[in-house]
Design a protein around this ligand. Sequence first.
Ligand code: FAD
Length: 437
Amino acid sequence: MSEPLSLVWLRRDLRLHDNAALYHALKSGHHVVPVFIFDRTILDALEDRCDRRVDFLVQEVNRLRDELAKMGSAIIVRYGKPVDVWKKLIEQYSIGDVFANHDYEVYAKERDKAVGDLLAEHAIGFHTSKDQTIFERDEVLSGKKKPYTVFTPYSRKWRDKLTDFYLKSYPTEHYFTQLWKTNPLPVPTLEEMGFQPEEETFPARTVPDEVLDTYNKTRDFPALPHGTSQLSMHLRFGTISIRDLARQAKDADDKTFMNELCWRDFYFQVLDHFPHVEKNSFRREYDQIEWRNNEDEFEKWCRGETGYPIVDAGMRQLNTIGWMHNRVRMITAGFLCKHLLIDWRWGEAYFGRKLRDYDLSANNGGWQWAAGSGADASPYFRVFNPTRQAQKFDSKAAYIQHWVPDVDQPTYPQPIVEHTMARQRAIDAYKKAVAKV
Ligand code: FAD
């Protein structure tokens, strides 16, 4: 049998630079080859056969293949269910060890357990590392060694702990000579996996300088082209390193931007410690809310036809480019839960279908924040007034005009619901739910 290889299973970390698992594999002493699996379980569940995330993955995996080919190496790419794929890889290759980075979603943890057990049966080591967060799991705990459920004290502890040590890059490039020398291997095409291309260019993977210079002044204004970084998709798939980005924010002394990266870690640790949030309210009493769940109103919200221009602009931006500005995510989500009294899970699932940066932890955290049911959520009696939000954050209506050009036309719908009545209706429904417990 040939000399055993170390395999690096890439999942949410599609890069060769500053990658913890790859670094540990390269230092293992064996030759190294990355593996990527287009997970059938996930792809089969996607409703739309044109999906920009699958497009992006195919593009990025091909980019990795090209980068590796330049170094005389390859990436093994398969389409299938992870355990089945690993069974075949074990047959085909002599594998010494497998390296991967931590993943905090329930499905991912179960998947990794099943693959880890399979590898153990074949006496293959499975080594996992932190990579996609700055602090994970139990690294930031309260004085009583409990996970934080409120953001402000969490962020204080997070910031206090954040020394340069945690932002150090893993210098993989020093060890690329350890990559397995072989010819490039085939990558499945979109069509082979049952998808159609979206014909889309994706956001750049670098932070425009002006973003870090002005972020705290611009981040809430959705009409500004560089008001925020638009890096969420790259962070989601690990095509940039969180440590690189945090270092840039630290060097620019951008505390506001750093705080957003802290929110990202916060929601990862909420999901990791409280996996029930995936299906239920973080605060159980909010599962008692009697939602109206009107399907016709939900459809109008999805299409951006509520007659509230800022809500409609956000939904049309989401439907068109697969991304929505954070301020408008808060407004549209709050509107669905409070004004329409529709279960946050419906909205969460719709965002999950459309967002190019969809990430279970941040999406669930954002939705439960807006619904008032989550860890450190906005209090239930705070009901955004969408008209006032638009006046404050889109005062010249530039964002609205861009996404809702028909806003002044007679065909533009009348408001789906009257604000004052809807606000009171929401507060009453929430009060009733809380009183039941
Ligand atoms: P920037 O403002 O430039 O922020 C930089 C990075 O910080 C982001 O790319 C993101 O990784 C992180 N970040 C910023 N704000 C948050 C936040 N509130 N929570 C967690 N991380 C944050 N973010 C996702 O990445 N995926 C989602 O599926 C997602 N769904 C959301 C749903 C709702 C209802 C809400 C209110 C927020 C959601 N967010 C989600 C958080 C936030 O809206 C996006 O991260 C942000 O709009 C992405 O744009 P950006 O890269 O320009 O962000």
